[in-house]
Design a protein around this ligand. Structure first.
Ligand code: MRU
Length: 360
């Protein structure tokens, strides 16, 4: 059963039975407007992922898991599952998998749904019972993420001490996950424990997930925070205001190389230079042990308008050449520790990662 103790922050939810609809909080409208999208068709859900209406690696995975039910919905009036139904779902899932390339949670969730679809189709002849199996699995993925976030928060909070200045990049809170977040979960948990600290929030160009979403989430929970431009982080570290950096991840390879929002790698270099610990918080669903090196992670390239225009207003000369990678890769050597729901990996090595992920 999914309990949402913070209804205002529910990034993803499912309404109704297996033939219901996918509700998404439209994150492109935050923080000025709270708009909930009611996706009844798979194309709407895919568009929402592509346009970052739902975003953040775990939330993308959860949304995709529920969205697979929208692939079954056109067959709701049909009694039995035949090969045409399965072929159609398979094609739809393939297409959904092309929505965003970097966060591995999308592919991880789709694979789990594929396995359940295959098992259900073998066991049950009706569309309705296939739908119920699929909804149960999507809800399980959702609930597991909620629990992983709380566990990450407990491990992360153990690294936070009274009086610390912390810095974060992009958005890794309830909006990006099932509930509490990953890096932000460490802050929320430390706050619940009565610790006093200050968070510097990178605005996170070009789409301002830090300014629009992280500052909003921290303020809603009354965590003391200060917004800075990305380019100010090194100066804030030099001034001695930051004792640890906490970020999330979109994909972590077997050796610990980590893809995360563009700008993360630069922050890690700055943290190293200033002797500031650099922590990456992520659930096990964000690890991709099939890849060893970060250079093998596909990096999403996004439209130039995200850089040449700021919220509808042109800010660069027409015709200028633009490069807009949405993510970068931080090599394992720059990461002080990985914080997962199973524990803390420190130092970040292939064997430590394998050992921890193989454990309970
Ligand atoms: O492009 P986005 O907004 O989906 O990028 C999100 C991030 O890079 C997050 O840091 C990452 O997904 C971790 S979310 C817990």
């Amino acid at each position: 059963m999914i309990e949402d103790s913070h209804p205002g922050l529910a990034a993803v939810s499912w309404r109704g039975d297996w033939d219901g609809s996918l509700l998404l909080l439209d994150q492109t409208r935050l923080p000025l407007e709270i708009v909930q999208l009611d996706c009844q068709e798979l194309a709407q859900a895919r568009e929402a992922i592509v346009q970052l209406r739902v975003r953040g690696a775990p939330a993308i995975g959860i949304a995709a898991a529920y969205a697979t039910l929208l692939a079954l919905r056109p067959f709701a009036a049909q009694q039995s599952v035949d090969s045409a139904v399965l072929r159609s779902i398979h094609t739809d899932l393939e297409h959904l998998g092309t929505s965003r390339p970097t966060a591995v949670n999308l592919f991880w969730a789709l694979e789990r749904m594929r396995l359940v679809i295959a098992a259900a189709a073998a066991a049950t002849p009706t569309v309705a019972s296939l739908g119920r199996w699929m909804l149960a699995e999507a809800r399980k993925i959702h609930e597991e993420d909620r629990q992983m976030c709380h566990a990450i928060g407990r491990y992360g909070a153990s690294l936070i001490e009274d009086g610390m200045g912390l810095l974060t990049h992009c958005n890794t809170g309830g909006l990006a996950t099932a509930e509490y977040g990953t890096a932000l979960s460490a802050f929320f948990t430390a706050q619940d424990q009565g610790k006093e600290f200050q968070v510097y929030v990178d605005e996170t160009r070009p789409l301002l997930q830090g300014a629009r979403l992280t500052a909003w989430e921290l303020m809603q929970r009354e965590v003391p925070c200060t917004l800075i431009c990305d380019s100010m982080a090194a100066q804030v570290m030099r001034e001695g205001k930051v004792q640890a950096v906490f970020v999330g991840a979109d994909r972590i390879t077997a050796r610990g190389d980590t893809a995360n929002k563009i700008g993360t790698y630069g922050l890690a270099v700055q943290a190293k230079h200033h002797g500031v610990p650099f922590y990456v918080a992520a659930p096990s669903s964000t690890f991709d042990l099939s890849l060893e090196w970060g250079s093998d992670i596909p990096i999403e390239q996004r439209q130039e308008g995200e850089i040449t225009e700021a919220f509808g207003k042109r800010t660069a000369p027409r015709g200028v050449r633009v490069y807009n990678p949405a993510f970068d890769v931080t090599p394992a050597e720059l990461i002080t520790a990985l914080i997962t729901e199973k524990g803390i990996v420190r130092p970040v090595t292939q064997s430590h990662i394998r050992e921890l992920l193989a454990g309970p």
